[in-house]
Design a protein around this ligand. Structure first.
Ligand code: SF4
Length: 210
């Protein structure tokens, strides 16, 4: 795909949604970190249902730590992989309390050292909580980037590197959200809604649906 096409695609997605953000509910970097950690193989709607009552009683790493693994499980048992996630939440909170003064570090290495936090989660937190121009590649962004031939790659790391290279600076902060929302609601996995897609004329997917 040529660069002019990419810029037109990004401009259209921006025009349709000038200030995109995550659909996860949070009110601090800590809450965002926990919500993203819980969101693997779960929907944002499902995570929000669990975190609303959880964050009402545990807004800080210290308060979450005081709940213990079983206490956290009680709130998140409707979410997939909740046993492992509860353990990771508590281990992460202990590190935040003991090594980071109860704050979420604005530092990739420190974030990726937290249990249950990989590159994607670190990218989301750095981008959405701290305003870094990072691009977290999830299943939606991976699919959309390849289908459109916008930033093709064989795995999420390759797509991330390609996006970082081809997305102009003015779009970098928000491209993660535009592509996720595009993948979640229009360019959906099973049958993309090409007939109502705002970038259909620019997309290079060879098997477009009606
Ligand atoms: S035209 Fe279809 S395949 Fe291409 S981006 Fe739009 S929905 Fe996805």
């Amino acid at each position: 795909m040529n660069q002019q096409k990419r810029i037109t695609i990004l401009s259209r997605l921006r025009d349709a949604n000038p200030t995109p953000t995550t659909e996860l509910e949070y009110s601090s970097p800590f809450e965002l970190l926990i919500a993203v950690l819980l969101s693997a193989q779960a929907t944002d709607v499902g995570v929000n249902k669990a975190t609303r009552p959880l964050f009402a009683i545990a807004k800080t790493p210290a308060a979450m730590l005081a709940l213990g693994v079983d206490g956290v499980k009680h709130y998140i048992k409707t979410i997939g992989l909740f046993n492992t996630k509860a353990e990771n939440v508590i281990k992460t909170c202990r590190i935040l309390v003991e090594q980071h003064q109860g704050e979420v570090p604005e530092n990739r290495e420190a974030l990726e050292a937290l249990p249950g936090v990989g590159r994607k989660t670190a990218n989301v937190v750095l981008n959405t909580a701290f305003g870094w121009p990072t691009i977290a590649v999830d299943t939606h962004i991976f699919r959309v980037s390849n289908r459109m031939n916008f930033a093709p790659g064989a795995n999420v790391d390759q797509v991330e590197q390609k996006l970082l290279k081809v997305v102009p600076a003015e779009f970098k902060l928000d491209v993660h959200h535009w592509l996720i929302l595009h993948g979640r609601y229009t360019c959906i996995a099973r049958k993309p809604k090409c007939g109502s897609c705002p970038v259909e004329d620019l997309c290079e997917y060879k098997e477009k649906a009606e």
